[in-house]
Design a protein around this ligand. Structure first.
Ligand SMILES: [Zn+2]
Ligand SMILES: [Zn+2]
Length: 298
């Protein structure tokens, strides 16, 4: 039997001494599946499963199923589970995301409870919601719509994008921060328990496509303000496109990234981005940095 993606889980179940506070994985050195030169020879799982701690999981889609290879994030509370994004492939035979998520939840710390699964998105781009249909209509599952109005209604945000709201998973509060600019419905998620800040495609080690320059600048400013009063352990986006060579990115549609940049960015990167946007002013302009590229579109 091929253990595949579950070998980490199995190892955890068998050998865990269960001191969870000591057990968080080291994101800076975490190895991610990163495609193959020849995808016919690729034996990686369709979805890499990495358990960050007792109730937080990071998933990565195999580049051989879609070059975007987006990350997805799963947070478990005592009453609800929150899945951020559903990846870049719809077909469950190629990309079995629903089954994978259900398996994680049923083996998780609240396995005796029937957690409601909330499926939300960092933003409305096809590589972040492709597998939505796998979740649609499933029991005890709420699939949040992709439009700003859907997000406002579900998370009870009356003053978009300036209002920051809490969302309780049951003894685990998540914080939702609207950050339009890359896309109109972009949100960031802050997890006070791990101090991880999810920034979607608005900040990650890659090409930061900016659709609405003015909105993006304001959103990044608001994120900086947020981090003035909230500790951040890591800033995690949804892709890796930079290589380990400063300022050098892999071309779009690359399916093999053996020397890719680490996933986590930090507060220094956020401030570097914010300062660069301030300097660039009102005129959208491309600018290459060591760990990201500001990349206006339109
Ligand atoms: Zn996007
Ligand atoms: Zn994306």
């Amino acid at each position: 039997m091929k253990l595949g993606p579950y070998k980490f889980l199995l190892a955890f179940v068998l050998f865990c001494s269960c001191d969870y506070s000591e057990k968080d994985i080291i994101l800076d050195t975490q190895k991610w599946i990163h495609g193959s030169e020849n995808c016919e020879e690729n034996s990686d799982p369709a979805i890499q499963i990495v358990q960050y701690n007792d109730d937080t999981w990071i998933l990565r889609q195999n580049k051989c199923t879609n070059y975007e290879a987006p990350f997805m994030f799963l947070f478990l509370g005592e009453k609800k589970a929150l899945l951020m994004d559903t990846g870049a492939t719809a077909d469950e035979n190629i990309f079995p995301l629903y089954k994978t998520v259900k398996k994680i939840i049923s083996a998780g710390p609240n396995k005796n409870k029937d957690l409601e699964l909330i499926v939300a998105h960092t933003h409305k781009h096809g590589d972040h919601y492709a597998a939505d249909a796998q979740f649609d209509g499933k029991p005890n599952t709420s699939l949040i719509g992709l439009e700003v109005a859907d997000i406002k209604a579900f998370f009870k945000i009356s003053n978009w994008p300036d209002q920051i709201v809490d969302f309780d998973l049951g003894n685990r509060k998540m914080i939702i921060i609207p950050i339009p600019g890359h896309e109109a419905s972009s949100i960031a998620i802050y997890d006070p328990s791990t101090k991880i800040l999810l920034t979607g495609d608005s900040l990650y080690p890659g090409r930061l496509y900016v659709k609405n320059w003015a909105a993006y600048k304001r959103s990044i400013e608001r994120l900086v303000e947020f981090t003035d009063t909230n500790n951040i352990s890591a800033i995690l986006g949804n892709h890796i496109e930079m290589s380990r060579k400063p300022g050098i990115d892999y071309p779009i549609q690359t399916i093999y990234q053996p020397e890719e940049h680490q996933l986590p960015l930090n507060i220094k990167h956020l401030k570097e981005l914010s300062n660069a946007l301030t300097k660039l002013g009102d005129q959208p302009q491309m600018e290459i940095h060591d760990s990201f590229i500001i990349y206006p579109i339109d």
